[in-house]
Design a protein around this ligand. Structure first.
Ligand code: ZN
Length: 408
């Protein structure tokens, strides 16, 4: 049971206030702070902070004692690696449009790029890791995203509602085949349009969206999002692709699960994200980062329909967000102001606890006590004694608990 010091990733889309404020540092920060990484990813591992202030990399600790840190079963199942990575996402501006590979695609892509001799940290490396990257994002504030392909008949309705002549032939294409194959055809057409065609089409589409918003049309939110993306990336085919995705607004505590192949784009807001310990990202646009459309087309799942919004299954003092990802499980633990109920956290495997509100004392059965304040996180090894959490602050308390998955 030890506190963690975690890496902050300074991507340009990050907020200058959210993560520094959570960590109790001065705001605004001099640079955007996009993601806080809690885990043992080789690209940016967390550090275990001993009571005397000395630090040790969690990656090194897990590597040196996989059975003790992860437990026998987890160490065997995941080859001695911590299978999950926990993050806080602070999106001030939209991220790139992306999808992640399945376990098979990741293993094949990783081997292919290793063989080709592309350095793991090269900008054009698609598969730095040999593993899949399912992810679950749980809103801390109102969180906005595009995720999964919308039911094609609804997309046809949207394209008809913004009604511009340049779009007519594409609308007919989808209307003639309102299914995953039709979506694949239209998405592939749009994402590979010659720049000259895009430069004519996009301004017309954006003008049509402006008109739709002015007239308070049915797809007002969708059109505003297209305008926001079009303003930032006026010549990017990803703006058209965004017309095909579900537009979601998550309230605090609501989550979405993004399995392999799900095309998504986070727009803005703060969230806790849990994902497999992998950084395999295939991007198709809306970013200055490496874009690889042919590779993305190999992994995208054109299945369609509304994205299920998960509120979590009620558990002791909170909710568990169940998915079919074997790598992780996320729970939210909550105490109302004044509630001092103690909660036992069993230690069957590796765990990270992140406090997002209030202050708690974590007491181990061997007598050790560690204070966990807002913004702090804690590593519990499989071999650690059982831990009891007790809120000690005046207001409400909230802790996110990350463990390995329980579904296999
Ligand atoms: Zn993603």
């Amino acid at each position: 049971m030890e506190l963690l010091r975690n890496a902050v990733r300074p991507y340009a889309w990050g907020s200058r206030t959210t993560i520094p404020e959570l960590l109790g540092r001065p705001v605004p920060a001099p640079h955007p702070e996009a993601e806080l990484w809690m885990g043992a990813h080789p690209g940016d591992p967390s550090y275990i902070v001993a009571p005397d202030g000395t630090e040790r990399s969690l990656l090194e600790l897990v590597d040196s004692d996989p059975a003790g840190q992860l437990g026998d079963r987890c160490a065997r199942r995941w080859g001695g690696r911590l299978p999950f990575l926990l993050k806080v996402l602070a999106a001030e501006e939209p991220l790139s449009m992306q999808a992640h590979p399945s376990a098979e695609q990741a293993a094949e892509g990783h081997a292919r790029e290793e063989k080709a001799g592309i350095p793991r940290d090269a900008p054009n490396r698609n598969y730095p890791d040999p593993t899949a990257k399912p992810e679950l994002v749980c809103a801390l504030t109102e969180f906005h995203a595009l995720a999964g392909f919308r039911e094609p008949s609804r997309t046809v309705a949207l394209l008809r509602a913004i009604e511009t002549p340049a779009l007519a032939k594409y609308t007919s294409l989808l209307d003639a085949q309102p299914d995953p194959d039709g979506l694949r055809a239209l998405f592939t057409t749009w994402i590979t349009l010659p720049q000259a065609t895009l430069d004519e089409l996009l301004p017309e589409v954006l003008d049509a969206c402006v008109l739709h918003v002015k007239e308070h049309g049915e797809f007002d939110t969708e059109c505003r999002t297209i305008l926001e993306l079009g303003e930032a990336h006026p010549r990017d085919a990803g703006v058209l692709a965004a017309l095909l995705l579900n537009r979601l607004t998550l309230r605090a505590g609501e989550a979405i699960y993004l399995p392999a192949g799900n095309l998504h784009l986070y727009l803005h807001g703060t969230a806790v994200e849990i994902l497999a310990n992998s950084d395999n990202i295939l991007r198709c646009g809306l970013t200055p980062k490496h874009v690889d459309v042919p590779e993305l087309l190999r992994v995208v799942d054109f299945g369609c329909g509304e994205m299920p919004v998960l509120c979590g299954e009620p558990g002791p003092h909170g909710a568990v967000y169940r998915t079919n990802a074997p790598e992780f499980e996320l729970s939210r633990l909550e105490w109302a102001a004044g509630d001092r109920t103690e909660l036992d956290v069993d230690c069957a495997g590796p765990q990270i606890l992140l406090c997002t509100e209030g202050t708690l004392m974590a007491g181990a059965s061997d007598g050790q006590e560690v204070k966990l304040e807002r913004g702090q996180s804690m590593w519990l090894a499989a071999s650690d004694p059982a831990v009891r959490l007790r809120p000690v602050g005046a207001g409400r308390s909230q802790v996110f608990r990350a463990t390995a998955g329980t579904c296999d």
